[in-house]
Write a protein that binds this ligand. Sequence first.
Ligand code: AMP
Ligand code: MG
Length: 407
Amino acid sequence: MSDVPALLPVEEARARILERCATLPPEWVPQEDALGRALAEDVLARRTLPPWDNSAMDGYAVRSADLSSPLPVRLVVGETVFAGKLPTRELTPGTCARIMTGAPLPRGADAVVMRERTRSTTPDSVEILEAVAAGNFIRPRGEDAREGDVLLARGTPLGIPELGLLWAQGMTSVPVPRRPRVAVLSTGDELCRADEPPDGRIVDTNAPALALAVKRAGGLPTLLGIARDTREAVQEALARTEGFDVVLTSAGVSVGDHDFVKDALEALGVEQHFWRVAIKPGKPLVVGQRGPTLFFGLPGNPTSSLVTFELFVRPALRRLLGLQDVEPARVAGRLEGRLSKPPGLAHFVRVTATWRAGELWAKPLGTQTSGALRSASAATHLLHFPRESSSLTDGSHVELLPLSWVA
Ligand code: AMP
Ligand code: MG
C-alpha cells in the first residue's frame, strides 16, 4: 500500500488547516446577528459612560467630611434625585440629598450612604448611622467608556456584555467578518433522504447534521444533496462549489473500491494538503484547497464526521470568522474506569462527564463504534487518549473537550 501516506498527528493536521484560513472580508450587520463573531475593526467610544458620577445604591449622597463627628450625624435633606433626573443643588456642609441607584451625584457630594445605614426621623432630615470614606458607593464617570478611547479592539469576540457596551454607545450595527459559506455534500449509493422510502437504503444523516454544526459554528450551510458512488457523479457535484469558502463532503475517502472523493478532488484541481490523520474516530480525513476554497473530505461514519467536524472544521470556520481562540476548548477531568488501546492513534473517546466532589468525572459510553450515532448522542465531552499512550488507569487526570453539538 505504497500510496497510503503516513498518519498526521491531530495537532499538526489542525495547524496545517489553520495556516490556510484567512479572516473573511467584513460586513456591517445588526448587532443581534453579531453574537459570537469577532470585531472586524477597532471600535472607538463616542460617549463617555457613565456620563457622570452616579450612585450605586439607594441611599443618601453626602459629603464624607460631614460624618467625622460622633455618630449618628443628622443632615438636612435638600432634595431627592431619581435616576433619569439631574440634581439641582450643590451640597453645602451639613446637607445631603436622598438619591436612587443610577442617579447622578449632586455637586459637592463625594460618597453615598446606603439607606439601610440611615434612620429617617423627619421628612427633611436624616440620621446617618455610619461614617463612610470618599468614593463610597459611587460609580465613577467613564468607568465603562471614555470618548475617543478604543472601546473594543479588532478581533474581540462579541459576547453579550460586549454587545451591551456597543448598544450603550448608541450603536446598532457592527463590522464583523462575513459568515463562511459552506457547501455540504453526501456521497454514497446506499443513501436516501429522510423523507424518502428507504427501500434498502439508509438515511443520509450526515448532511443535515453537518449543516446544523456549521450553523452553530457561525457558518452558512448549503446542502448539495447526495452524489452517487461514481467518480463522475462526485466530480460533477463538487464542480458546483464555486463561490463557497468551505466544502464538506462525507464518506468515500477511505481505501474502498467506491471511494472516489480524493480522485474527484484531484480531477478538479484541488491541491491536497493531507490525507489521513492519526486519530480514532476519523482517520480517513482529506483536506485540500482550490483558490480560496477549502475542501474537507470527512469520513462517512456519522460519529466520525461529527468528531472530525469538531476537531478540524469548527476551528477553521472560527478562524475564517476572525476569531483568534479557535482550538477546541479543553477542561481538566478524571477518568472513571480504565481505558486501553495500542499506541499510534489518538483516541477521542465519547464520555459523559459529571461534576462530583469538586472534579469533572468522565465515564466512557458503552459503545464507541463510530457508525452508531447513539454513542455520540449521550456524550457531553470527548476524552483525549493521547496517541502514544496505551493505557489510562481509573482516576487518571485527563483532558476533556466540551462538545459543541450537545443540546
Ligand atoms: P464510507 O466512508 O463511504 O465507507 O462510509 C462509511 C460508513 O458511513 C458506511 O457505513 C456508510 O453507510 C456510512 N455513511 C456514509 N455516508 C453517510 C451519511 N451521509 N449518513 C449516514 N451514514 C453514512
Ligand atoms: Mg461509501
